[in-house]
Design a protein around this ligand. Sequence first.
Ligand SMILES: NC(=O)c1ccc[n+]([C@@H]2O[C@H](COP(=O)([O-])OP(=O)(O)OC[C@H]3O[C@@H](n4cnc5c(N)ncnc54)[C@H](OP(=O)(O)O)[C@@H]3O)[C@@H](O)[C@H]2O)c1
Length: 266
Amino acid sequence: MSLRVGVVGATGKMGRVVCAQVLEDPALELVAAVARSNAGAPFDTYVGRSTGLPVSDRREALLEARAQVAVDFTHPDAVLANARWYLEHGLHAVVGTTGLGPDDVEALRALAEKNGTNAVVAPDFSFGGAVLLHIARIAARHFPYVELLETHLPSKAEAPSGTTMNTARELAKVRPSPSPVVTSRELAPGVRGGEVAGIRVHSLRLPGPPGIEEIRLARAGELLTISLAAYDRAPFANGAVLAIKAVASRPGLTYGLGPLLDLDGD
Ligand SMILES: NC(=O)c1ccc[n+]([C@@H]2O[C@H](COP(=O)([O-])OP(=O)(O)OC[C@H]3O[C@@H](n4cnc5c(N)ncnc54)[C@H](OP(=O)(O)O)[C@@H]3O)[C@@H](O)[C@H]2O)c1
Protein backbone atom coordinates (compact mmCIF):
# COMPACT_ATOMS: atom_id res chain seq x y z
CA MET A 1 0.00 0.00 0.00
CA SER A 2 1.43 3.39 -0.92
CA LEU A 3 2.19 6.12 1.62
CA ARG A 4 -0.22 9.08 1.42
CA VAL A 5 1.66 12.37 1.12
CA GLY A 6 0.43 15.97 1.26
CA VAL A 7 2.74 18.81 0.23
CA VAL A 8 2.38 22.34 1.63
CA GLY A 9 4.06 24.91 -0.57
CA ALA A 10 3.28 22.57 -3.47
CA THR A 11 3.23 25.33 -6.10
CA GLY A 12 6.62 26.76 -5.11
CA LYS A 13 10.02 26.11 -6.65
CA MET A 14 10.87 23.29 -4.25
CA GLY A 15 7.31 22.05 -3.77
CA ARG A 16 6.84 21.35 -7.47
CA VAL A 17 10.02 19.28 -7.69
CA VAL A 18 9.13 17.32 -4.55
CA CYS A 19 5.61 16.68 -5.89
CA ALA A 20 7.01 15.51 -9.24
CA GLN A 21 9.28 13.01 -7.46
CA VAL A 22 6.41 11.81 -5.23
CA LEU A 23 4.21 11.31 -8.31
CA GLU A 24 6.95 9.23 -9.97
CA ASP A 25 7.48 6.98 -6.96
CA PRO A 26 5.26 3.88 -6.87
CA ALA A 27 5.63 3.66 -3.08
CA LEU A 28 4.11 7.14 -2.62
CA GLU A 29 0.78 8.78 -3.44
CA LEU A 30 0.33 12.55 -3.65
CA VAL A 31 -3.06 13.22 -2.05
CA ALA A 32 -3.00 16.98 -1.34
CA ALA A 33 -1.30 20.06 -2.81
CA VAL A 34 -1.51 23.13 -0.57
CA ALA A 35 -0.30 26.68 -1.24
CA ARG A 36 -1.24 30.16 -0.10
CA SER A 37 -2.94 31.32 -3.31
CA ASN A 38 -4.61 29.96 -6.48
CA ALA A 39 -7.04 27.74 -4.54
CA GLY A 40 -9.12 25.59 -6.87
CA ALA A 41 -6.70 25.78 -9.80
CA PRO A 42 -5.79 22.39 -11.27
CA PHE A 43 -2.49 21.27 -9.78
CA ASP A 44 -1.61 19.57 -13.11
CA THR A 45 -0.31 22.84 -14.55
CA TYR A 46 2.37 23.05 -11.83
CA VAL A 47 3.83 19.60 -12.43
CA GLY A 48 3.03 19.10 -16.12
CA ARG A 49 1.09 15.88 -15.64
CA SER A 50 -2.31 14.60 -14.67
CA THR A 51 -2.85 14.50 -10.89
CA GLY A 52 -6.60 15.03 -10.48
CA LEU A 53 -5.80 17.38 -7.58
CA PRO A 54 -6.87 21.00 -7.14
CA VAL A 55 -4.61 23.45 -5.33
CA SER A 56 -5.95 24.03 -1.83
CA ASP A 57 -5.21 27.01 0.41
CA ARG A 58 -6.13 25.12 3.62
CA ARG A 59 -3.93 22.82 5.69
CA GLU A 60 -7.11 20.88 6.54
CA ALA A 61 -6.96 19.49 3.00
CA LEU A 62 -4.26 17.13 4.31
CA LEU A 63 -6.64 15.65 6.87
CA GLU A 64 -9.56 15.47 4.42
CA ALA A 65 -7.29 13.55 2.00
CA ARG A 66 -6.15 11.22 4.84
CA ALA A 67 -2.49 12.15 4.32
CA GLN A 68 -0.03 10.28 6.53
CA VAL A 69 2.95 12.56 5.92
CA ALA A 70 2.95 16.36 5.55
CA VAL A 71 5.83 17.90 3.62
CA ASP A 72 6.56 21.60 4.15
CA PHE A 73 8.47 23.83 1.73
CA THR A 74 6.76 27.17 2.39
CA HIS A 75 8.26 30.28 3.99
CA PRO A 76 10.29 30.98 7.13
CA ASP A 77 7.39 33.08 8.48
CA ALA A 78 4.94 30.17 8.20
CA VAL A 79 6.98 27.09 9.00
CA LEU A 80 6.83 26.97 12.80
CA ALA A 81 3.02 27.29 12.98
CA ASN A 82 2.65 24.77 10.14
CA ALA A 83 4.96 22.21 11.74
CA ARG A 84 3.20 22.51 15.09
CA TRP A 85 -0.14 22.00 13.36
CA TYR A 86 0.97 18.82 11.54
CA LEU A 87 2.34 17.24 14.71
CA GLU A 88 -0.79 18.17 16.68
CA HIS A 89 -3.07 16.70 14.00
CA GLY A 90 -1.62 13.20 13.76
CA LEU A 91 0.58 13.84 10.73
CA HIS A 92 4.23 12.90 10.46
CA ALA A 93 6.16 15.91 9.16
CA VAL A 94 9.02 16.38 6.73
CA VAL A 95 10.10 19.99 7.04
CA GLY A 96 12.48 21.51 4.51
CA THR A 97 11.52 25.15 5.02
CA THR A 98 14.34 27.14 6.55
CA GLY A 99 14.11 29.64 9.41
CA LEU A 100 13.70 27.33 12.40
CA GLY A 101 16.15 28.18 15.18
CA PRO A 102 17.50 25.72 17.76
CA ASP A 103 14.74 26.63 20.26
CA ASP A 104 12.04 26.06 17.62
CA VAL A 105 13.50 22.64 16.81
CA GLU A 106 13.53 21.66 20.48
CA ALA A 107 9.91 22.83 20.87
CA LEU A 108 8.92 20.69 17.89
CA ARG A 109 10.85 17.73 19.31
CA ALA A 110 8.87 17.99 22.55
CA LEU A 111 5.61 18.31 20.61
CA ALA A 112 6.40 15.25 18.49
CA GLU A 113 7.18 13.18 21.57
CA LYS A 114 4.01 14.36 23.32
CA ASN A 115 1.78 13.58 20.34
CA GLY A 116 3.44 10.38 19.12
CA THR A 117 3.99 11.92 15.70
CA ASN A 118 7.40 12.04 14.03
CA ALA A 119 9.33 14.72 12.19
CA VAL A 120 12.38 14.98 9.98
CA VAL A 121 13.59 18.57 9.84
CA ALA A 122 16.47 19.57 7.59
CA PRO A 123 17.47 23.01 6.28
CA ASP A 124 19.37 21.13 3.55
CA PHE A 125 17.96 17.85 2.28
CA SER A 126 20.66 17.22 -0.33
CA PHE A 127 22.91 14.18 0.02
CA GLY A 128 25.85 16.45 -0.81
CA GLY A 129 24.88 18.87 1.95
CA ALA A 130 24.83 16.08 4.53
CA VAL A 131 28.23 14.79 3.41
CA LEU A 132 29.64 18.34 3.32
CA LEU A 133 28.62 18.93 6.91
CA HIS A 134 29.97 15.55 7.98
CA ILE A 135 33.40 16.26 6.46
CA ALA A 136 33.44 19.82 7.79
CA ARG A 137 32.70 18.62 11.33
CA ILE A 138 35.80 16.43 11.19
CA ALA A 139 37.95 19.19 9.69
CA ALA A 140 36.80 21.90 12.11
CA ARG A 141 38.18 19.94 15.04
CA HIS A 142 41.68 20.49 13.65
CA PHE A 143 41.44 23.83 11.80
CA PRO A 144 40.78 26.75 14.17
CA TYR A 145 40.04 29.33 11.44
CA VAL A 146 36.64 28.81 9.77
CA GLU A 147 34.71 31.13 7.45
CA LEU A 148 31.62 30.28 5.37
CA LEU A 149 30.74 31.65 1.96
CA GLU A 150 27.45 30.99 0.16
CA THR A 151 26.16 32.09 -3.26
CA HIS A 152 22.48 32.07 -4.20
CA LEU A 153 19.94 33.88 -6.39
CA PRO A 154 19.06 37.51 -5.57
CA SER A 155 15.44 36.37 -5.05
CA LYS A 156 16.34 34.04 -2.17
CA ALA A 157 14.13 34.87 0.84
CA GLU A 158 16.95 34.99 3.37
CA ALA A 159 20.64 35.61 3.86
CA PRO A 160 22.53 33.64 4.90
CA SER A 161 21.10 30.40 3.54
CA GLY A 162 19.56 27.90 5.95
CA THR A 163 22.43 25.55 5.13
CA THR A 164 25.01 28.15 6.16
CA MET A 165 23.14 28.99 9.39
CA ASN A 166 23.09 25.31 10.27
CA THR A 167 26.72 24.72 9.26
CA ALA A 168 27.92 27.60 11.45
CA ARG A 169 25.97 26.35 14.47
CA GLU A 170 27.21 22.79 14.02
CA LEU A 171 30.87 23.73 13.47
CA ALA A 172 30.79 26.05 16.49
CA LYS A 173 30.12 22.95 18.61
CA VAL A 174 33.31 21.18 17.53
CA ARG A 175 35.91 23.84 16.69
CA PRO A 176 38.80 24.38 19.11
CA SER A 177 38.34 27.15 21.65
CA PRO A 178 39.18 29.90 22.12
CA SER A 179 38.55 30.89 18.49
CA PRO A 180 41.49 32.70 16.89
CA VAL A 181 41.63 36.50 16.97
CA VAL A 182 41.41 38.42 13.68
CA THR A 183 42.70 41.97 14.07
CA SER A 184 41.70 43.56 10.72
CA ARG A 185 39.84 46.86 11.18
CA GLU A 186 36.79 47.20 8.87
CA LEU A 187 37.26 50.18 6.53
CA ALA A 188 33.75 49.66 5.15
CA PRO A 189 30.86 48.57 7.40
CA GLY A 190 30.07 44.86 7.18
CA VAL A 191 32.99 44.05 4.91
CA ARG A 192 33.97 41.14 7.12
CA GLY A 193 30.52 39.61 6.72
CA GLY A 194 28.07 38.59 9.43
CA GLU A 195 28.51 36.30 12.39
CA VAL A 196 26.58 33.15 13.28
CA ALA A 197 27.55 31.24 16.43
CA GLY A 198 30.88 33.09 16.43
CA ILE A 199 31.72 32.11 12.83
CA ARG A 200 32.07 34.64 9.99
CA VAL A 201 29.59 34.10 7.13
CA HIS A 202 29.51 35.83 3.74
CA SER A 203 26.41 35.80 1.49
CA LEU A 204 26.77 36.56 -2.22
CA ARG A 205 23.58 37.14 -4.22
CA LEU A 206 24.11 36.73 -7.96
CA PRO A 207 21.75 35.76 -10.82
CA GLY A 208 22.04 32.31 -12.31
CA PRO A 209 22.58 28.85 -10.87
CA PRO A 210 24.13 27.05 -9.16
CA GLY A 211 23.76 27.57 -5.41
CA ILE A 212 27.15 27.18 -3.82
CA GLU A 213 28.04 26.43 -0.21
CA GLU A 214 31.72 26.83 0.60
CA ILE A 215 33.63 26.24 3.82
CA ARG A 216 37.16 27.55 4.23
CA LEU A 217 39.17 26.18 7.10
CA ALA A 218 42.71 27.16 7.94
CA ARG A 219 45.54 26.53 10.32
CA ALA A 220 49.08 27.91 10.13
CA GLY A 221 50.32 27.30 6.60
CA GLU A 222 47.28 25.28 5.44
CA LEU A 223 43.97 26.20 3.80
CA LEU A 224 41.29 23.55 3.30
CA THR A 225 38.33 24.48 1.05
CA ILE A 226 35.22 22.30 0.88
CA SER A 227 32.64 23.35 -1.66
CA LEU A 228 29.31 22.03 -2.90
CA ALA A 229 27.40 23.31 -5.95
CA ALA A 230 23.73 22.44 -6.53
CA TYR A 231 22.82 22.80 -10.23
CA ASP A 232 19.08 22.37 -9.70
CA ARG A 233 16.56 21.49 -6.97
CA ALA A 234 16.38 17.74 -7.62
CA PRO A 235 19.07 16.86 -5.01
CA PHE A 236 17.02 18.52 -2.25
CA ALA A 237 13.88 16.69 -3.36
CA ASN A 238 15.80 13.36 -3.40
CA GLY A 239 16.56 13.78 0.30
CA ALA A 240 13.02 14.92 1.08
CA VAL A 241 11.65 11.76 -0.56
CA LEU A 242 14.06 9.65 1.49
CA ALA A 243 12.75 11.41 4.61
CA ILE A 244 9.10 10.91 3.57
CA LYS A 245 9.72 7.17 3.41
CA ALA A 246 11.66 7.07 6.69
CA VAL A 247 9.72 9.42 8.94
CA ALA A 248 7.04 6.99 10.15
CA SER A 249 9.71 4.63 11.50
CA ARG A 250 11.83 7.28 13.27
CA PRO A 251 10.19 8.17 16.60
CA GLY A 252 10.46 11.80 17.72
CA LEU A 253 12.32 14.41 15.71
CA THR A 254 15.27 13.71 13.46
CA TYR A 255 17.38 16.75 12.57
CA GLY A 256 19.27 16.79 9.28
CA LEU A 257 19.64 14.17 6.57
CA GLY A 258 22.90 12.80 8.03
CA PRO A 259 21.20 10.33 10.42
CA LEU A 260 19.20 8.87 7.51
CA LEU A 261 22.41 8.28 5.55
CA ASP A 262 24.15 6.53 8.46
CA LEU A 263 26.93 9.10 8.54
CA ASP A 264 28.92 8.32 11.67
CA GLY A 265 28.42 10.90 14.38
CA ASP A 266 25.39 12.57 12.72
N1 LIG B 1 15.66 21.91 3.01
C1 LIG B 1 16.11 22.04 1.77
O1 LIG B 1 16.83 21.19 1.25
C2 LIG B 1 15.71 23.27 0.98
C3 LIG B 1 16.09 23.42 -0.37
C4 LIG B 1 15.66 24.55 -1.06
C5 LIG B 1 14.84 25.49 -0.43
N2 LIG B 1 14.52 25.31 0.88
C6 LIG B 1 13.64 26.24 1.60
O2 LIG B 1 12.29 25.89 1.27
C7 LIG B 1 11.46 27.05 1.42
C8 LIG B 1 10.64 27.26 0.13
O3 LIG B 1 11.54 27.61 -0.90
P1 LIG B 1 11.01 27.83 -2.40
O4 LIG B 1 12.19 28.33 -3.16
O5 LIG B 1 10.29 26.64 -2.90
O6 LIG B 1 9.97 29.04 -2.16
P2 LIG B 1 8.82 29.56 -3.16
O7 LIG B 1 9.15 29.24 -4.56
O8 LIG B 1 8.57 30.98 -2.77
O9 LIG B 1 7.54 28.68 -2.77
C9 LIG B 1 6.89 28.80 -1.54
C10 LIG B 1 5.61 27.99 -1.56
O10 LIG B 1 5.02 28.05 -0.28
C11 LIG B 1 3.74 28.66 -0.39
N3 LIG B 1 3.54 29.47 0.81
C12 LIG B 1 4.18 30.60 1.18
N4 LIG B 1 3.73 31.01 2.37
C13 LIG B 1 2.79 30.11 2.75
C14 LIG B 1 1.95 29.97 3.85
N5 LIG B 1 1.95 30.89 4.83
N6 LIG B 1 1.11 28.89 3.92
C15 LIG B 1 1.09 27.96 2.94
N7 LIG B 1 1.86 28.05 1.83
C16 LIG B 1 2.69 29.11 1.75
C17 LIG B 1 3.75 29.45 -1.66
O11 LIG B 1 2.43 29.61 -2.14
P3 LIG B 1 2.02 30.99 -2.90
O12 LIG B 1 2.95 31.08 -4.07
O13 LIG B 1 0.61 30.77 -3.24
O14 LIG B 1 2.28 32.11 -1.91
C18 LIG B 1 4.57 28.50 -2.54
O15 LIG B 1 3.75 27.41 -2.96
C19 LIG B 1 12.41 28.20 1.77
O16 LIG B 1 12.47 28.33 3.18
C20 LIG B 1 13.76 27.69 1.26
O17 LIG B 1 14.86 28.28 1.91
C21 LIG B 1 14.93 24.23 1.59
